[in-house]
Design a protein around this ligand. Structure first.
Ligand SMILES: Nc1ncnc2c1ncn2[C@@H]1O[C@H](COP(=O)(O)OP(=O)(O)OP(=O)(O)O)[C@@H](O)[C@H]1O
Ligand code: NI
Length: 307
């Protein structure tokens, strides 16, 4: 049984247009994915594709006006708001994209100690700070006294000491120097190897590939493919969706080859494949049906030509 399972999740948000006119916009669209114990599932895709909103939906912190459908399961049981409140900070840990999530009124050392589940809180906190290159003097500081990179390392320390079964980390590494990025990524690997399920959200597919087991390739509010990390190699022949191949080929190590067609930025409202208009493999069927997810073991693709 997966630790986290997301089934048919859709999220729409209200947007204010000119004046007071409001419009609902779909930002997550019929999303399916799961994360097992002991694995890192990376969620990678362009900026604005809905990755953070996915984390917010799982954690129950979407804006109040959000309309949500579909279901989210934690260890086989649906996540109600009551159950979420019980699990947050104990079984589920969150490394937010914004450092503003730190409590502005509490010294950061104490914030980490409060999250410690086993062992002496002070010793565990100090070990975490040492690991991430935070000097002992930092523990007495308040968040406003930290640089952005230091605040981010405090957030990663909180996840490290939490002993959570499910860790959702949203862009945990930007602004950090390469050694700390490598240390944070290896920490997530270690937490997964100890049995946690880790969802690692990033727009930087190149760096998460080093530690992830599977990658959910995100585009326009949904996962178009869930592939194994080892499928990202060579010219991308093992990848089954044209967008995953395009992302892979656009990486610096693969010569930055640009995508041959415009990439949709928000979910299509019409019932066609969102890629149909530029894809070299498109056939008539791609213009009449939106592809459903097709699973092959724990891999998935939403392309009728990809299975
Ligand atoms: N509170 C909100 N109200 C209205 N629209 C929002 C809100 N939060 C996000 N959005 C919109 O939803 C879409 C997805 O945003 P999201 O933050 O999930 O993207 P992301 O994939 O995490 O991007 P990034 O890689 O830049 O962090 C964007 O178009 C964004 O403008
Ligand atoms: Ni984000």
């Amino acid at each position: 049984m997966s630790v986290l399972e997301v089934k048919g999740l859709s999220v729409s948000l209200l947007r204010y247009q000119k004046g007071l006119r409001r419009q609902t916009q779909r930002v997550i669209d019929d999303l399916h994915l799961s994360v097992d114990a002991g694995e890192i599932l990376a969620v990678a895709g362009a900026s604005g594709s809905g990755k953070s909103l996915l984390a917010h939906a799982i954690l129950g912190i979407l804006p109040g006006h959000a309309q949500v459908s579909g279901a989210i399961f934690y260890r086989g049981k649906e996540l109600s708001s009551l159950r979420r409140a019980e699990l947050m900070g104990r079984e589920i840990a969150y490394v937010p994209q914004s450092v503003l999530y730190l409590n502005p009124l509490m010294r950061v050392g104490k914030q980490v100690r409060t999250a410690v589940r086993t062992g002496d809180p002070v010793a565990v906190q100090r070990a975490a700070f040492a690991r991430f290159g935070l000097s002992p003097a930092v523990e007495k500081r308040y968040p406003f006294q930290l640089s952005g990179g230091m605040a981010r390392r405090v957030l990663v320390s909180i996840a490290a000491v939490s002993g959570a079964n499910l860790i959702i980390a949203d862009e945990p590494t930007p602004g950090l120097d390469p050694a700390v990025i490598a240390e944070s990524l290896s920490l997530f690997r270690e937490l997964a190897d100890r049995g946690s399920a880790v969802m690692l959200i990033s727009h930087d597919i190149g760096s998460v590939l080093k530690v992830a087991d599977r990658i959910a390739v995100f585009c326009a509010g949904t996962a178009v493919e869930i592939a194994r990390a080892e499928d990202f190699e060579g010219n991308g022949e093992a990848l089954r969706h044209p967008y995953s191949r395009a992302l892979w080929r656009a990486l610096p190590q693969n010569d930055f080859t640009p995508a041959p067609w415009p990439v949709p930025s928000s979910p299509e409202t019409s019932p066609i494949c969102p890629f149909a208009r530029g894809c070299e493999r498109a056939t008539d069927a791609c213009f009449t049906n939106r592809p459903e997810p097709t699973w092959l073991g724990n891999r998935m693709v939403r392309c009728i030509h990809g299975s």
